[in-house]
Design a protein around this ligand. Structure first.
Ligand code: SF4
Length: 405
């Protein structure tokens, strides 16, 4: 090989990597554009490609598609829209995404894990109790109702109680610790309980700690340990935080939702009134880092309820103190006071995504730490992975929690 070829080879490889990174970042931007504009599709045509339970969801603010992967592996969701440049068509046994007449490529729908269909001794299916995630973990919504609704203090953007009215999708309103532990056991035996996240609305009388400890005890009846995250409200007494760790939870998430104090008070009247207000939520996060360690405490902000600089200030402040503060994209939902409002444009959400993931990178959070908190984690974890160079060729490979057995 000539000297010039030796010098050019690494340079070409570096250029290929940079080009692939840009391709993946463009695809991450596309997923936000799909969020904004929605997708036109013929459900009857698409369900022939795959089990309809896995394909079409009525979740959220309209009829939509459950999660799918774009051609380079970036996750996306899509709500049905009649007037949008994006469409999905069934072609040769595949679902193919188009922008107007431009063929973007074939997408791949996320599949339910077979363990989801197994039944508990009490008759419910595993998926009635837990959601087996594509990352090899479990997501448990222990309660499908938030007691703040009865007090007229539920968060203005939140459709939690509205969704609970969908009895077909949410069959068990309050899951018992025994049911959760049995579903966990079935999933773990199937090799897919490598992470366990438990969350829910406010339970009456704030009996969250007792419930979470009962769940951990029920799991410990069969297993010495588990790896998981307790999503908790800010407790009145911060001295209870170590109890979550002693019970076996590896991480905690306390969701601040809005960084601006005044907008927080307006958007989250119950969290403001019942938990000592914004400052106490922040104090809880900082105290949690003392117990669980840097990178093992999480929070989340609803992206689009306040100016982007405010959200980024919160993410930066919390990151500098060891808290991974995720963010979601605000979507106005039916039945909430913000129904009919609009989320900012995709370019706004991309600005937040791009700058927030730069913050995570600068503070050295790992991909595992991006995933092991609340459900908003994967939203930005993929961009974090792309920026960290964790991809092969121009493909982002599916990420899984490390096996615990
Ligand atoms: S605390 Fe707020 S965000 Fe959480 S479930 Fe209740 S209403 Fe929704």
């Amino acid at each position: 090989m000539a000297t010039t070829e030796i010098l050019e080879a690494p340079h070409a490889a570096a250029t290929d990597k940079e080009n692939a990174k840009q391709t993946l970042l463009d695809e991450a931007r596309l997923s936000l554009d799909l969020n904004e504009h929605g997708i036109f599709f013929n459900a009857e045509e698409l369900v022939k490609l795959q089990d309809p339970i896995e394909l079409v969801s009525g979740f959220g603010w309209g009829r939509g598609l459950s999660g799918f992967k774009l051609p380079h592996g970036v996750n996306a969701h899509g709500q049905f829209a009649k007037y949008t440049p994006y469409s999905l068509k069934a072609e040769d046994g595949e679902a193919v995404l188009y922008k107007d007449s431009e063929r973007i490529g074939a997408v791949e729908f996320n599949r339910h894990h077979p363990a989801s269909e197994q039944r508990l001794s009490t008759g419910e299916k595993v998926r009635d109790i837990v959601n087996v995630t594509q990352f090899g973990g479990l997501h448990v919504m222990y309660s499908n109702e938030c007691s703040l609704k009865d007090l007229g203090e539920d968060c203005l953007y939140c459709a939690f109680n509205e969704r609970a009215k969908d009895g077909e999708r949410y069959k068990v309103l309050l899951k018992t610790p025994k049911q959760v532990a049995e579903a966990y056991d079935i999933a773990r035996q199937a090799g897919t309980a490598n992470h366990f996240r438990i969350t829910g609305g406010f339970v009456p009388e704030r009996r969250e700690l007792e419930y979470y400890l009962d769940v951990a005890d029920a799991i410990h009846d069969k297993y010495d340990s588990f790896y998981g995250c307790a999503v908790i409200g800010a407790p009145a007494d911060l001295n209870v935080l170590p109890k979550y760790k002693e019970a076996g939870y590896s991480t905690v998430s306390t969701n601040i939702e809005v960084w601006d104090k005044n907008i927080f008070a307006a958007m989250c009247p119950g969290k403001e009134k019942r938990n000592g207000g914004w400052q106490h939520w922040v104090d809880t996060l900082l105290a949690s880092v003392e117990v669980f360690g840097r990178g093992n405490v999480h929070s989340t902000i609803v992206g689009g309820l306040e100016p982007v600089e405010s959200t980024l200030a919160g993410i930066e402040f919390l990151a500098s103190r060891g808290v991974v503060c995720h963010f979601s994209s605000f979507r106005p939902e039916k039945g909430t006071p913000l129904a009919g409002y609009r989320s900012p444009e995709a370019s706004w959400h991309w600005d937040l995504m791009d700058r927030a993931t730069d913050i995570y990178q600068r503070h050295g959070f790992t991909t595992l730490q991006m995933h092991n908190g609340n459900a908003a984690g994967p939203h930005s974890a993929q961009v974090h992975q792309i920026k960290s160079g964790e991809f092969v060729g121009d493909k982002l490979l599916p990420w899984k929690f490390p096996a615990i057995d």
